[in-house]
Design a protein around this ligand. Sequence first.
Ligand code: AMP
Length: 109
Amino acid sequence: MSTLFTKIINREIAGDIIYEDEHCVAFRDIMPVAPVHILIVPREEIVRVSEAPETGDHIHLLNAARKVGQKLGVSEYRLVINNGEGVGQTVPHLHVHLLAGREFGWPPG
Ligand code: AMP
């Protein structure tokens, strides 16, 4: 069965897609926690970083993030990957959060 994010990528359910290439797709988070909150997702269904193979669409996530930032006109942003339910991952399809437009604390909560 396809993941929620694959269904968005395949336009089976609605998503506000703002960028895509042959490896990754980016769309707005449905519950944004910052003025800019984008999810960048590899087309391949990889559950999380710690289960990822050496190669695949996921190795292009940083390039996609840079292009999303350029497209949205933001030069400073935070990139977050939650790897596992215990640290906040709720969707079992690897993704990068691109967050911008407000102050961010460090260390993250
Ligand atoms: P994580 O908790 O790191 O797995 O991130 C999953 C993110 O997916 C959360 O920030 C959710 O708000 C977001 N999300 C869940 N359902 C949707 C959806 N249908 N469209 C866009 N974003 C979603």
